[in-house]
Design a protein. Sequence first.
Length: 147
Amino acid sequence: MNQVYKKAYTEILEIIKYLPYDEYEKIPKEKVEFYKNYRDPLYQFKYNPYKSLNEQNVLRETKALIVDLFREVIATKEQKEKLNILLLQNEQEYQSKVHEKYSYDKLFNKKSKSINVHSANMIVYKENIFVKIYHILKSIFNKKTKS
């Protein structure tokens, strides 16, 4: 398993310790056991409940796990709807940026701008002396075999 996810499981286990008891109890035991089984036991993470996640050194994967856990287990119906709308908007923005960055037209225009047709020089091919001798000998032997 990826080492980053092992660290994320360690972080989320530390974070969910600070949830209120009734919310912690909503989390399926299998999910908590999964986190425990696949966490990185050597990784040390200290969560400060008085600071936001953005103020702490929390992995991006941990934040994704928190969002997923919140959406699946803790959120009310209204919160789930708002969260799904927000996630959909974020995905659309991301896809729009990717499309803009890697659009065919943009990539094609960059390539055509980088190639300056007017400044291209023709390369004159000159035969090697051995190739010239080979062709001369070949033409001599061809003439002798025809006669």
